[in-house]
Design a protein around this ligand. Sequence first.
Ligand code: 4NP
Length: 169
Amino acid sequence: MRPAPGELPAPREPGRYAVALVCLGNICRSPMADVVLTRRVDDAGLAARVSVASAGTAGWHTGKPMDSRAAATLLAADHDPSAHRARQVDPHWLDQHDLVLAMDEQNLADLGGRSERVHLFRDHDPVGTGGEVPDPYYGGDQGFEEVLAMVERTSAALVSALQRATGLP
Ligand code: 4NP
């Protein structure tokens, strides 16, 4: 069942929260979401309580920096993409995070499907709840702009939900 927007599973450890973001290659969508959500968590004063990580279901790009178009889109919006290095989803991830957010339906299926702790990222998008973050890899720059807009507004909604889930006002 799809979660209600803004409703997150209870943390495994009260007052802390670990979020994992998953796409296919971990060079475009989930790294963009990682950079933006990490920044918003920090801005909200939640950095000591909330961790954010990202990975890809495929290992093709392991160790590589972000796709240059994803990085340029982030830089133009005053975000820093430079620290990212791609990695593949670890089988233990599902046990090690309070919430795993898949970018599209295929990523969700590859993680074993929706569950209490595994949702679509856009289940928490205040606009177009329950949709996919479309893969921009084979398209033009416009696709990366769309991903950034989805990621920005969904990250804002997630930070509000994370404040509630970690017990901060
Ligand atoms: P991502 O995009 O899943 O958003 O990182 C892709 C990156 C690479 C490939 C496909 C999608 N690829 O086929 O190499």
